[in-house]
Ligand binder design. Structure first.
Ligand code: F0G
Length: 433
């Protein structure tokens, strides 16, 4: 298929070549998306080819992103793919979480099984491959942590220089540690995510650095494969709902685009509904859906789920379109609700980082409100690995977790470690009690 970049704004729709290094429409400033045209293989033959590729020993066939390359804009370039065998993340059934969320059955698609532990790897393999295709030596991003970890890894794998900008003091140590370990030049800026994004855009323009935030349409293309793989794993039976956390809203945009393309190209015949969940202190998209106006940014977003601590989500227009097209909903959840949902996901033997747990907290609210019925088929996407934020976990279980306003979060599902003497008799006595 022929791939081009197109302005997302319906009144503009200007087109640009796929190898132009731009992130916004040069006419109206709108977001860009990849569009396809021309002949393409039929859905049944692609479904078969994608299944067969899983058995290959070639890394581009094993990758849960590049396996689906016919629906990605890298025609003939996939041999240049910078891959760490991303994707291939499992669908996990979670009966205890289902009960907690008010559902008969619930499945998690766990993106924390990715090489750097988050869904960002699906997008980053494409973003960095595009940087290579454009012959760029330097890549940069601002991040609440996961994008930077992922970019640092993929850039190093491709022997590119990576420059990471993060809000000082507001990302988890696990994520910061990853950026350092993978060799990124790391700047901790005294500002929040939204402010730093503006700064990085200026620097990228001035210094000719390739920007790998989710305004980069190739990141969005890669993240579409989370949905492709999910449906492949379900033998192309769409669920009723797909639930995901919302921050900068790149993933919401990617999921909606993936679903529309699968429908348009004949892979599925029904669109699942998207449910996007935000943290109460960083919920501009939720407010937008409620008031039906333009987005009003939150100047000082706050949440312990630092991954989604974003007040001015750059992809909100795309996300609004996707939520509308899928007849979706947006919900917001409190810090206590996120913390408890996270512990319940842990008790399923699954675990995830705080932002991911917003999904289960949101499901509980949406079933209580009757928006999601208990017998509906729901897949929630866990976006990050449990070890991304171990500090949060320790504090929750030991009753030391406080929300950003300083209020104590109750350890309703707490599991305190117990200090004991080195004495078999004493320990045996405690275990028998
Ligand atoms: N969950 C996790 C674990 C994340 O890291 C992010 C975003 C989201 C959800 C929200 O996804 O922005 O596409 O709506 N993290 C970005 C970062 C912003 O810099 O790592 P979104």
């Amino acid at each position: 298929m022929l791939a081009e970049l197109a302005c997302f704004e319906q009144r503009c729709r200007a087109r640009f070549p796929i190898d132009e290094a731009i992130y916004n429409c040069t006419y109206c400033g709108g977001l860009l998306e990849v569009v396809f045209s021309g002949p393409r293989a039929e859905a049944p033959s692609l479904k078969k080819a994608w299944r067969t590729r899983r058995t290959s020993n070639e890394i581009v066939e094993q990758s849960g992103v590049w396996r689906y390359r016919e629906l990605l804009p890298f025609d003939g370039h996939h041999h240049q793919a910078v891959s760490l065998r991303e994707g291939n993340t499992p669908l996990l059934s979670a009966p205890r979480a289902a009960r907690y969320g008010g559902l008969d059955h619930l499945t998690f698609k766990h993106q924390g099984f990715n090489p750097t532990g988050s869904f960002k790897d699906n997008g980053m393999t494409c973003g960095v491959t595009q940087a290579v295709r454009l012959d760029r030596q330097r890549v940069a991003c601002v991040s609440t942590g996961n994008t930077s970890a992922s970019m640092a890894a993929y850039a190093s794998a491709a022997q590119l220089d990576s420059i990471v900008f993060i809000p000082h003091g507001n990302i988890s140590y696990g994520k910061l540690a990853q950026a350092l370990e993978y060799g990124a030049r790391t700047f901790q800026v005294e500002a929040n995510f939204d402010q730093i994004l503006a700064l990085v855009r200026v620097l990228a323009d001035r210094l000719g650095i390739y920007l790998l935030n989710s305004i980069n349409p190739f990141r969005i293309e890669g993240q579409k494969t989370i949905i492709f793989e999910m449906l492949d794993q379900r033998d192309w039976n769409p669920p009723d709902w797909i639930v995901l956390p919302g921050g900068n809203l790149g993933n919401t945009s990617a999921f909606g685009k993936a679903l529309r393309e699968l429908c348009q190209f004949g892979f599925i015949h029904k669109l699942p509904r998207l449910a996007v969940i935000q943290a109460e202190g960083a919920a501009p998209f939720y407010e937008l859906m409620k008031t039906k106006t333009d987005l009003r940014s939150v100047p000082e977003p706050h949440t312990l789920a630092t991954a989604i601590r974003i007040g001015d989500p750059v992809s909100w227009r795309k996300a609004l379109h996707e939520v509308t097209v899928t007849n979706g909903v947006v919900e917001k959840v409190s810090e206590q609700e996120i913390a408890d949902a996270k512990a319940v996901i842990g008790q399923c033997g699954i675990g995830c980082e705080p932002a991911s747990a917003a999904t289960l907290a949101g499901i509980q609210k949406l079933t209580e409100a009757g928006t999601i019925r208990s017998d509906e088929d729901v897949v929630a996407v866990l976006t990050g690995n449990v070890l991304k934020d171990s500090d949060y976990i320790y504090r929750y279980h030991t009753g030391q977790l406080k929300d950003p306003d300083g209020c104590q979060i109750e350890a309703r599902f707490g599991n305190r470690p117990i200090v004991v003497p080195n004495d078999a008799g004493a320990i045996a006595k405690m275990l028998e009690e």
